[in-house]
Design a protein around this ligand. Structure first.
Ligand code: NI
Length: 411
């Protein structure tokens, strides 16, 4: 569909005759958004410490006429705006979320706007996600071509893996204080052509849990093994037994990963150590598989240890859950992207991503869609010290959010 299509059948069945945001409409904001993005890039802040960043966001939103609420879930900011365009009933609401935090990485991009904060870097493009949403904020305030309320949600602390900003904002009453009928988010995606949208309804990103297993045996002299309980033998046996978790207990139509990332024990060849310790990364794409992985890992650790007279202590930390996009909102968001950039730059059944994302918590409470936006085919990967967000996506992303809000609130 062309971006100039005059008449659009909304996904809710209302026929609309109105012009919605096109790519060309946000182009004049390019220089301003680039300056904002590079400013944030140069001053990265870690999880729950996004004081400067959230202050900048709040002041811009206020200048553009938003009702701004600071300190939501720590350093989170919500900008709210109500429009009364068209002849609809109004009263509907939508939330759009961007993440704000950086990573504890020493930047090696060599860019003129590289991080001035030693050991901190925007290596995941959250500077870009924030600038995109600010671009939409400006455009939405400028045209007010919608009927209802939009909440722009600037979230802290996505990167910490557990206990992140999404949970904190929800615990702080996000959806009670700022009602949202649906929630949308995006993340840039290096390795895919710039400006290409990747959609997938259903499970899209993995749940990621971390398990630490400590095997307690009985240390002793290497020459007197019969007077010891060797935790290294138990650990070796457990490493092999854990390979059965995915291969024997997960439905072949499902996907899961169990990776033993660390295994440490002992300091000397002539000493049997007291204990051995391993750390495991566990990833899955359904709540059922996730639960069965935990059951099996706990059972194997206990039984293997007991079989050798040792004890296994299992510390099972649940990270972010499976990110599940709702069918209807994903179809709607994909339609918006196709109207904006054409179907040839939209992938509808993108491959699942083994990374995790705390936007999943919002999707547990509201329908919505999380999309990945190509950052360029030959760009450094996320969390790489040479990574940079692709500024060509700023106006594309801003137009996507603006049009999505206008169409969603055109009822
Ligand atoms: Ni990220």
């Amino acid at each position: 569909m062309s971006e100039h299509a005059p008449e659009i059948e909304s996904y809710l069945g209302t026929t609309l005759k109105r012009r919605f945001c096109a790519l060309a409409d946000t182009l004049d904001s390019r220089a301003e958004l680039e300056a904002i993005r590079r400013n944030i890039h140069q001053h990265p802040e870690l999880a729950f410490d996004e004081v400067r960043t959230s202050g900048l966001i709040a002041s811009l939103l206020e200048a553009w006429g938003y009702q701004v609420t600071r300190g939501v879930g720590g350093t989170g900011v919500v900008g709210s705006l109500t429009g009364t365009a068209g002849s609809g009933q109004g009263g509907h609401s939508i939330g759009i979320r961007a993440d704000m935090d950086a990573l504890p990485i020493h930047e090696r991009s060599g860019l003129p706007y590289a991080s001035v904060n030693e050991g901190r870097m925007h290596a995941c493009g959250h500077d870009g996600h924030t600038a995109i949403l600010l671009g939409a904020a400006k455009q939405l305030a400028r045209t007010r071509n919608f009927n209802g309320t939009v909440h722009l949600i600037f979230q802290p602390a996505e990167e910490i893996g557990a206990g992140g900003g999404a949970e904190r904002m929800l615990a702080d009453g996000l959806f009670e204080r700022f009602p949202c009928d649906a929630i949308f988010g995006l993340h840039n995606h290096p390795g895919v052509e710039q400006g290409t949208f990747l959609f997938r309804a259903g499970p899209f990103m993995a749940a990621c849990d971390t398990v630490t297993i400590t095997i307690r045996g009985k240390g002793g002299h290497a020459a007197r093994p019969h007077q010891s309980i060797d935790p290294i033998l138990v650990a070796g046996s457990l490493v092999m037994a854990l390979q059965s978790v995915v291969s024997r207990y997960v439905d072949p139509n499902e996907t899961a990963v169990v990776t033993i990332g660390t295994l440490h024990a002992g300091h000397a060849p002539n000493v049997i150590p007291d204990s051995a310790r391993m750390e495991i990364s566990v990833r899955s794409f359904s709540p059922e598989v996730r639960a069965s992985l935990e059951t099996r890992i706990r059972a194997l650790a206990a039984a293997q240890a007991e079989g050798y007279g040792a004890v296994a202590e299992v510390d099972y930390v649940r990270g972010y859950p499976v990110l599940i996009n709702s069918e209807r909102e994903t179809e709607f968001a994909q339609q918006i992207a196709e109207e904006l950039v054409g179907a040839d730059k939209v992938v509808s059944q993108a491959a699942r991503i083994a990374g995790s994302e705390d936007f999943a918590y919002f999707l547990q409470q509201r329908p919505g869609c999380f999309v990945r936006l190509g950052n360029g085919a030959n760009q450094p990967l996320l969390h790489n010290a040479g990574y940079d967000f692709n500024d060509d996506n700023l106006t594309v992303g801003a137009a996507y959010w603006t049009r999505l809000v206008e169409r969603y609130l055109a009822r």
